[in-house]
Design a protein around this ligand. Structure first.
Ligand SMILES: NC(=O)c1ccc[n+]([C@@H]2O[C@H](COP(=O)([O-])OP(=O)(O)OC[C@H]3O[C@@H](n4cnc5c(N)ncnc54)[C@H](O)[C@@H]3O)[C@@H](O)[C@H]2O)c1
Ligand SMILES: C[N+](C)(C)CC=O
Length: 506
């Protein structure tokens, strides 16, 4: 088993340096796999947010913006590449911290850190490319006007992120916002802030100009809400629950502040009876809902099985699921760690007991694994005999819990898949590719996977519809989130425009 590193004691990262929170409060860090308190993080409040926003504003405007917001994209790219290099250098350490903080298997944490480095590198490339996109002419039908566009950073941005992929979800916002020339205040989740604080150390090490990125840890209402409502924050980018998303949108609306919202989901995975290799489909179904303990916004947690394969599929699904190594996430080969906190553990258990009380069958799992007496561990859980009015069908669990329904026809499958207020992702598995593409078009979601579930690519847009939010992260769309498009139009004729009559010279 990997040796756990000591947890560093950090302050708030504001204006390029470290400060204790104004009220001197700290929040304990609990390793969810052992229930031990392993450290603490600062608990920021509105006073600290005030300082962080002022530092970000100063960094945006200092020397007319020449240091950051009006510097070339190529200049900013150097810092993003340097951050990526540091992440790679510290990958083992960061991954272990992430595992201790969140309970995710260390192999998953390493993959997350690789994605973090790749995301910084990708947006370094887009920052460089941005220089070539300035002054792009707009074709006009007349000769006397010429227009072009400027892509300008929106300003100071507030970035509020969740606990399930702590550093990765922060990076999806930090990398493109900095690439665009914005300056930022990042507020990670109080349940898993350790690696985001280490990002502050990396910013210091690479010499990022002071105040370009500020990192504030603390509780949502104390440290997140003052960012969302701050008059000097020009945009809020949020990833988290739909309930908090509504609060953030309401606060931002008071100042007509733009928001982008990446919220929850209850995504379907539809599996047809023409699949030649059932095991291949079973593995994707597992990946879709048990990876990261099912604490994934896009988890395909509603499984739709064609009636002709349902019985055989479920037999294999249970067999494969029994084979998952559930252990301390630092152990070699662990494939299911603990969930993030006691609160999340209790919430998931309540979902399972409500499903049982409403008449569903717990086909597998539903309890604490017998070999683990401590830690917030829950068995991977498969629930059948589900009706569309049940809570387990309608609400996001955010745990390793999948519910199953059987369908007869393609149109019934589509109707069931779309029977949700959410619209983040979906998947279809069939050997008939035409059918897959037909279904990819009619499922109401921002992301569709064919013959797989969950691959996430930094180049491709990410985001949802309906109550899963709006706006897109990643790819070039992720950069656009932080840019304001300005038109510049000039009159280029020597003649008078000629609308008003020239006064007589008499
Ligand atoms: N769509 C996506 O890409 C995506 C990705 C990851 C997670 N998620 C969603 O995130 C949720 C799980 O994360 P969570 O439990 O951390 O979500 P959450 O809404 O509880 O918290 C998210 C962040 O918001 C902060 N916050 C809480 N109350 C606030 C308030 N009143 N004002 C401002 N900030 C506040 C929290 O401190 C945290 O930093 C799930 O619903 C999941 O689907 C979505
Ligand atoms: C996109 N992903 C899977 C990394 C995180 C969503 O919760």
């Amino acid at each position: 088993m990997a040796a756990p590193p000591a947890i560093p004691r950090r302050g708030l990262f504001i204006g390029g340096g470290w400060r204790e929170p104004a009220l001197g409060r700290r929040i304990p860090v609990i390793n969810p796999a052992t229930e031990d308190t392993i450290g603490d993080i600062p608990a920021a409040t509105a006073e600290d947010v005030e300082l962080a926003v002022a530092a970000a504003r100063d960094a945006f405007t200092r020397d007319g913006g020449s240091e950051w917001s009006r510097a070339s994209g190529a200049a900013r790219a150097k810092y993003l590449n340097a951050i990526a290099a540091k992440i790679k250098e510290k990958i083992t350490y960061l991954a272990l911290l992430e595992t201790l903080d969140s309970g995710k298997p260390k192999d998953e944490a390493v993959a997350d850190m690789e994605d973090v480095a790749a995301c910084f590198e990708y947006y370094a490339g887009l920052a460089e490319a941005l220089d070539g996109k300035q002054h792009a002419p707009i074709p006009l039908p007349m000769e006397n006007f010429k227009s072009y566009i400027l892509k300008e950073p929106i300003g100071v941005v507030g970035l509020i992120t969740p606990w399930n992929y702590p550093l990765l979800m922060a990076t999806w916002k930090v990398a493109p916002s900095l690439a665009a020339g914005c300056t930022a205040v990042l507020k990670p989740s109080e349940l898993s802030s350790l690696t985001c604080l280490e990002l502050g150390v990396i910013c210091e090490e690479v010499g990022l100009p002071s105040g370009v990125l500020n990192i504030i840890t603390g509780l949502g209402p104390d440290a997140g809400a003052p960012i969302a409502s701050h008059p000097n924050v020009d945009k809020v980018a949020f990833t988290g629950s739909t309930e908090t998303g509504k609060r953030i949108m309401t606060a931002a609306a008071q100042m007509v502040k733009p928001v982008s919202l990446e919220l929850g989901g209850k995504s379907p995975l539809v599996i047809f009876d023409d699949v030649a290799d059932i095991d291949k489909a079973v593995e994707w179904a597992m990946f879709g809902c048990f990876f990261n303990g099912g604490q994934v916004c896009s988890a395909t947690s509603r499984l739709l099985l064609h009636e002709n394969i349902a019985a055989k599929f479920l037999d294999r699904f249970v067999e494969w699921t029994k084979n998952i190594k559930i252990s301390d996430p630092l152990e070699e080969g662990c494939r299911l760690g603990s969930v993030v906190s006691e609160g999340q553990y209790e919430k998931i258990k309540k979902f399972v007991s409500t499903a049982r009380a409403e008449g569903a069958t717990i086909l597998h799992g539903g309890d604490r694994p017998k070999h683990l007496s401590k830690g917030f561990f829950i068995e991977p859980t498969i629930i059948t005999d589900v009706s569309t009015s049940m809570q387990i069908w309608r609400e996001e669990v955010f745990g390793p819990v999948i519910c199953v329904k059987v369908f007869k026809t393609e149109s019934e499958a589509v109707e069931l898949a779309n029977d949700t207020h959410y619209g983040l992702a979906g998947g279809v598995i069939s050997d008939d590719l035409e059918r897959c593409e037909r279904i990819a078009k009619v499922i109401h979601s921002g992301i569709m996977w064919i013959n797989c579930s969950q691959p996430t690519l930094v180049q491709a847009p990410w985001g949802g519809n309906k109550r899963s939010g709006f706006g897109r992260e990643l790819g070039e769309w992720g950069l656009e989130n932080y840019l304001s498009v300005k038109q510049v139009t000039k009159y280029c004729s020597d003649e008078l425009y000629g609308w008003y009559q020239r006064p007589s010279k008499l």
